[in-house]
Design a protein around this ligand. Structure first.
Ligand code: DX5
Ligand code: ZN
Length: 215
């Protein structure tokens, strides 16, 4: 079973970004999750291209970019050029995801399709063989520190079954309210990758928390 852990830089201390990224580098974290919010698709604004540069410079782990923006087709190539290892955008933010996935693939970058908790998980099924990863939001996109939505568990099991039935290697990533209490159950239900913001950066010993979550 793959157990990927991706701390979300959204909860890092941006005044001490280099220090926090060095902690991530030392830790057992697999990726750095990069939450980009535009204030339109979600009611919050995080950061954009200028922070990709120091993240790429100081972080040795792959940058897993999660775009919570309208018109991702305008920006995905720039995020690829800025050093993203994977680029994901929301299915419900676009009319047709396929040409946008092609833009990312043409850059040689891994693709991810994401849905908020109120979007029918069935809508991901036609794309399972066209993406490297699907991301199920386990809170409503926009803010760190929210409570995990328990209904996510059944969605993970459903998507796991659909992926396995087709013999695909598509990864399942879960984002929102993940902590050391629920991480084990999420992996057991079929998640490959977990995002954790406040649980990691709010911990008094983030490296130990990362280890615990993967254990
Ligand atoms: C929410 C973001 C998440 C967020 C997770 O919109 O997509 O990645 O950083 O934060 P926690 O782990 O605190 O729920
Ligand atoms: Zn995210």
């Amino acid at each position: 079973m793959t157990k990927i852990l991706a701390p979300s830089v959204l909860s890092a201390d941006f005044g001490h970004l280099e220090r926090d990224l060095e902690m991530i580098n030392r830790s057992e974290a697999d990726w750095l999750h990069v939450d980009v919010m535009d204030g339109v698709f979600v009611p919050n604004i995080s950061f954009g291209f200028p922070l990709m540069e120091p993240m790429r410079q100081y972080c040795t782990k792959p940058l897993d970019v999660h775009l919570m923006i309208v018109h991702p087709e305008k920006y995905v190539e720039r995020f690829c050029d800025a050093g993203a290892w994977s680029v994901g955008f929301h299915l419900e933010a676009v009319e047709d995801p396929l040409p946008i996935l092609d833009l990312i693939k043409a850059k040689g970058v891994r693709t991810c399709l994401t849905i908020n908790p109120d979007i029918d998980v069935q809508r991901l099924v036609p794309y399972l063989d066209k993406v490297d990863m699907v991301l199920l939001m386990s809170v409503f996109a926009g803010f760190g520190g929210q409570k995990f939505i328990p209904e996510t568990m059944d969605k993970i099991r459903f998507i796991r079954t659909e992926i396995d039935r087709r013999g695909l290697n598509t990864l399942i990533e879960i984002d929102g309210g993940v902590n050391s209490q629920n991480a084990h159950d999420l992996y057991a239900a079929g998640a490959d990758a977990l995002v954790a913001g406040s649980a990691v950066f709010g911990s008094s010993d983030p490296e130990a928390t990362i280890r615990e979550m993967k254990a």
